[in-house]
Design a binder for this molecule. Sequence first.
Ligand SMILES: Cc1cc2nc3c(=O)[nH]c(=O)nc-3n(C[C@H](O)[C@H](O)[C@H](O)COP(=O)(O)O)c2cc1C
Length: 507
Amino acid sequence: MDTVKKINEILVSLFNSVLKMEEKALQNSTNLNLSITEIHTLEAIGTGKPKTMTQVAGALKISVGTLTVAINKLVKKGYVERSRVSEDRRIVKIRLTDTGRAAVEEHEAFHDSMVREAIADLTEEEALRFVQSIDNINQFFQMQEFRPMKGSEHLRLEPLKMGELTIPVPIFQGGMGIGISMSGLAGAVAAQGGVGVISAAQPGFNEPDFDKNPVEANTRALKRNIKEALAIAAKGETPGAVGVNIMVAAQHYEDYVNAAIDAGAQIIISGAGLPTSLPAIEKTKNVKLVPIVSSARAAGLIIKNWSKKYNRVPDAVIFEGPLAGGHLGFKEEQLELAEEAFYKTIREIKHELSDLPNCPLIVAGGIFNRNDALKAISHGADGVQMGTRFVTTEECDAPMAFKQAYLNCGKEDVTIIKSPVGMPGRAMKNSFSHRVGEEGQREAIARCNNCIVPCNPSTAPYCITSALVRAARGDVENGLVFCGANAWKCDKIETVEDIFKEFKAGS
Ligand SMILES: Cc1cc2nc3c(=O)[nH]c(=O)nc-3n(C[C@H](O)[C@H](O)[C@H](O)COP(=O)(O)O)c2cc1C
């Protein structure tokens, strides 16, 4: 018998058997007067805090109307009760009664003993392998909720909806500091219909008063760059949007968020830590907020935290994988495993977002060509973010020596380096990486401009601002040259329009 047929038979039979066992267990129970659908509704309400009808209907993937009919019956039977929220009497929440809780506990105990009996004859190793295989199959089915079954030849780069904001081409250009993605690159990307992102990492490094008044110089340069980028974007046929990337770890985080919004930034993107209190900043009400995460757990935490504290959810989520350039959201020893799990993590995060309408998932890290983008899309991404590929464009704000370093580099020239931010970073091998990396030398810090919260200048291996500024001024031997794992693939200087044409081909 062929494997496909056998697996199909097993899956169908397994599904029917579990349903029959559940039905039998419910019929045999002297305490419970519930159908299978009803017990699953009770499970969706859960034994925790009261939930709104919309939350439960979303979890069950049914309409609020259908749920209302079911809840009316469960209230009559004594399993569920309704209550009004004291702060807003218009909102009704539902929760389990003690009888409802007991029913869920009894049903969970049934599931527990069913699974224990089913795997009783497996060794620990066999059980582990079984979990891995069945989890992969489960992930596939979960994916079908948001992905029509289609081969990659039918995949397209579709416009993104972020609330009322439409991004015609689902490409974000990653924020790149210091001085790599400023108004030139961000404006050109937005003009092509994507999201151009200015980096708020020390944007004032070339202002005459940067050393004396870094915050003032940064704020001024940030605002100027946003306005310039918006003006460039407006010249495009179907422009996308201009965003700003502000690291959670940045000192004066809130001031930079406010300055960016005042200057007209349409999207605030925040990573290098979880932006848990970003929506607390009053002005963010009028812009789109996009956290950068490196796992489904982090995405779930942000969603839960923002909805509970601020009644708000992200307008998109960026998943930045382990092949990205710059600071990475993984410990060095996790990088290999994270690389293997890249597509699985995309599916997991997409699942985490499945209850949020209009919250696209943008995938970053190692996306270099259209095929990379389509592969990410086939696993659940709605769009992609690229950093490295945009560095060798005419419009990129980096000096030519920086772009040339990308063109010259081979696969073996990309390395991982420790950063005072407290995360590993991916960068190009050069004299600087050799000195502070392999040789473990410490670069004395003459002046500190207090750029990031976690840095302690008396113990930091080097000053990250000085090292990045050297690179941004063209000293690519003694500066820190951030780059993605695919930097070696850059082989020509191209225009932003060339890249967009390539990605849009066939869409
Ligand atoms: C030169 C360079 C500088 C970067 N600087 C930042 C930064 O300041 N803040 C940030 O969140 N990400 C930064 N990144 C990450 C990018 O925004 C992007 O998400 C990542 O590079 C995507 O991977 P890719 O380079 O393989 O396309 C940087 C990346 C590069 C290559």
